[in-house]
Design a protein around this ligand. Structure first.
Ligand SMILES: [Zn+2]
Ligand SMILES: [Zn+2]
Length: 143
């Protein structure tokens, strides 16, 4: 399994705290590769290094993970997101309504119910995905 930010944050969250060798084992990285990756996400404020060389998620790291879980990450290698968003349909996290991509449209931002442009559930108005994710899936803009 290749590592991406989404799966790395998920691993750290599930273990609570990790050493760089946990990352090495899980994603088959070299020792220096795992360390470099942890430094990279530490600089982005997503993890913090503890005094015993372990890392844990920061509040921002947790927020980012929640975002990825809900809307998917943009990594092409992310197995998790490929599974969740694979095929031609998406399930709404809120009402479980299944929408086919061909029936969905990207909507412009509206007043209260649509604070940002993107794709919304036709059933409950829950935000389903960003414009970027939608365009990747060839969803058209509303005409
Ligand atoms: Zn992902
Ligand atoms: Zn819904």
């Amino acid at each position: 399994m290749k590592n991406c930010k989404h799966l790395t944050l998920k691993l750290i969250n599930s273990m609570g705290k990790i050493y760089s060798f946990n990352l090495m084992q899980r994603f088959n990285l070299s020792d220096s590769g795992a360390r470099t990756y942890l430094l990279y996400i530490e600089r982005q404020g997503l993890v913090e290094r503890l005094c015993n060389a372990q890392y844990r998620l920061t509040r921002e790291g947790l927020n980012r993970l929640e975002w990825f879980e809900k809307y998917g990450c943009t990594s092409n290698d992310c197995r998790e997101c490929k599974d969740k968003f694979k095929g031609e349909a998406i399930t709404c996290d809120y009402c479980n309504n299944l929408s086919m991509f061909e029936d969905l449209r990207i909507e412009k931002e509206g007043l209260l119910i649509r604070p940002k442009p993107g794709v919304y559930c036709s059933h409950c108005e829950n935000y389903l995905m960003s414009v970027k994710m939608a365009e990747k899936r060839k969803i058209k803009w509303i005409s």
